[in-house]
Design a protein around this ligand. Sequence first.
Ligand code: C2E
Ligand code: MG
Ligand code: MG
Ligand code: MG
Length: 289
Amino acid sequence: AAKGDGRGIHRFYSDDMLAGAKSRKQLEDDLRTAVSDGAFHLAYQPVVSTKTARIVGYEALIRWTHPTRGNVSPADFIPIAEESGLIEGIGEWVLRTACLEAARWPGDIRVAVNVSPIQFANPALPALVTSALAHSGIAPGRLELEITEGVFLDETQSSDQMFKALKGIGVRLALDDFGTGYSSLGYLRNAPFDKIKIDQSFVKGAAQSGNRNAAIIKAIVTLADTLGMETTAEGVEIQDEIDLIRDLGCSHIQGYVYGRPAPADEVLVQLGGQAGIAKPSGFKVSRSP
Ligand code: C2E
Ligand code: MG
Ligand code: MG
Ligand code: MG
């Protein structure tokens, strides 16, 4: 049917696109069984306080080892999971697993979990969060839910109620990737965020002279301070950026400079090694003393 008039319509059904559509469908099928197959695991990336230079928490990031393709990036498969409805089951697994693994950490170390706008639109989310907390036994204040501006795009449902319900449970809320996409300051007006995560695109190059990113970070930090929110700079990769980000007043830093996302067992090693760490400048997460 697509061949129709024979003039170029085949462009829309090129071999590449057919292959792309097929592999997308294949990925979706594979995603369907990945939870039960145990093909997912969580990697944890440290979040460090600029005041104390200590790890105060970890962000849980999903990892998928595909049986034939190897590691597939969440940037590639989360959108497919969202479009196919599979994100609900995957998201539940992430939340429960992150809470259970965090239960093995010291009681003052937080865990941050990414929550898709699709999950956020589901009235069952607060019950799931309550259940994950109860099964793991971690205090609600140790769990931080990271949401993106995407949760505000669906005008038909009120996000206010969901915010209230989640804050009622006592979990923390962070606005992820701030400054990208559909950023609007209006989102900050009523939403009860505890933290703004400044997107890594603003951190990139911020330490170079004449770069405007530093001014933008400064403005976001000033705004967050006034609203009583913490700020995490994402994607900090080098020492120069640590110093700048601290000088700009960000309360937290997350990035390769302090550690790449690592398996749960590595977290225990990092936290065990934290006792010996003291100096703000030049502080690095060491494997063990
Ligand atoms: P995100 O939530 O903004 O997570 C931060 C991403 O930045 C992670 O990529 C992390 O590995 C990467 N990153 C951290 N530090 C640095 C750095 O210094 N330099 C650079 N270049 N990158 C850094 P990752 O793990 O590939 O995740 C990509 C995105 O996929 C996440 O962005 C998040 O939107 C989504 N995602 C990951 N795990 C989950 C999950 O469990 N559920 C949902 N719904 N989405 C997830
Ligand atoms: Mg995140
Ligand atoms: Mg982010
Ligand atoms: Mg991101």
